[in-house]
Design a protein around this ligand. Structure first.
Ligand code: NCD
Length: 307
């Protein structure tokens, strides 16, 4: 059974096909409006979410399908001590496909090993978030016009930010990518991503704590929030939370065609004064997330022989 747990589960060719499908859905939505008629998506969210869960649900509805699920662990049997494996086996009896978010790294993989329907990892702890990465790749391809030959700066919480880990992993398979890692010392990219992804694939990268000093080099700026829920103490969070705040002044040295992304939610990292700047792509990015998830649901359901 094909699932999506890690972005490397799909080849670059398959990712290109998903992007092509998403672009086709954007251009001709009516063609797709009953492709998933009478099919059900289960959203099993053990952690808070706005965009990921609602975009999955909107995606399934726009494909003519239905959705069921829960949005907090407390309202599911996991509060009674049920294992992820048993939850996955149970939900396989009710739905055609699962999207799961969980605070424990690896939980969606355990679900996939026990489910008899496709499982999509909608974020596992500080580990991975492959559907945000598909969203990000669609965004870059539409906004920058290509998925190769650009410089991308990741700024903020690179330690706990799972969207950063997944996107860097995905980009390691494209040519001509330069990575600039901008973070305070305490929130640097984990060494397993640095060694296993950047070093292993010989991706050129630099680490800095100064956003201003690299702004002029960037084609894409990927801002992130400091991940409060993954900190061990509140004091460290309070000290680090406002490390970077993007303001119009800081953009003065930026390229005219810079693409500013953020997986959202934004807390303080981007001044709202930037929202009206044409380079601010983050709300367009939200919109692309629904279309790429439509393409993903179609792919996995059709490979499972369910549509
Ligand atoms: C991200 C996540 O959940 O990892 N949000 C999202 O899915 N768009 C980023 C975050 O929570 O900071």
């Amino acid at each position: 059974m094909r699932s999506l747990i890690d972005i490397l589960d799909f080849t670059p060719e398959e990712i290109n096909e998903l992007i092509d499908t998403a672009n086709d859905i954007i251009a001709y939505p009516d063609k797709y409006c009953d492709r998933c008629k009478r099919k059900k998506l289960a959203t099993l969210f053990f952690e808070p979410s706005t965009r990921t869960r609602l975009s999955f649900e909107a995606a399934m509805m726009e494909l003519g399908g239905n959705v069921l699920g829960f949005s907090e662990a407390q309202s599911s049997s996991s509060a009674k001590g049920e294992s992820v494996a048993d939850t996955a086996k149970t939900v396989s009896c009710y739905a055609d496909i699962i999207a799961m978010r969980h605070p424990k790294e690896g939980a969606p993989l355990v679900a996939a090993m026990n489910a008899s329907i496709p499982v999509i990892n909608a974020g596992d702890g500080g580990h991975n978030h492959p559907t945000q990465t598909l969203t990000d790749l669609l965004t870059i391809s539409r906004e920058v016009g290509r998925l190769s030959d650009f410089t991308i700066g990741f700024c903020g919480d690179l330690k706990f930010g799972r969207t950063v880990h997944s996107l860097i992993t995905a980009l390691s398979r494209y040519a001509g990518i330069k990575v600039i890692l901008i973070s305070p010392e305490e929130l640097k990219l984990p060494s397993y991503v640095r060694k296993d992804v950047l070093d292993k694939n010989a991706i050129p990268y630099v680490e800095t704590s100064s956003l201003e000093s690299v702004m002029g080099e960037l084609d894409v700026l990927y801002m992130t929030r400091v991940q409060r829920e993954r900190f061990f103490n509140e004091e460290d969070y309070l000290r680090l939370k406002d490390s970077y705040i993007l303001t119009p002044e800081k953009l003065e040295s930026a390229k005219e065609r810079l693409c500013i992304m953020h997986p959202l939610p934004r807390v303080n990292e981007i001044s709202t004064a930037i929202d009206s700047d044409p380079r601010a792509a983050y709300f367009r990015q939200v919109n692309y997330g629904k279309y790429i998830r439509m393409a993903l649901i179609l792919k996995l359901l059709s490979e499972a022989g369910r549509i």
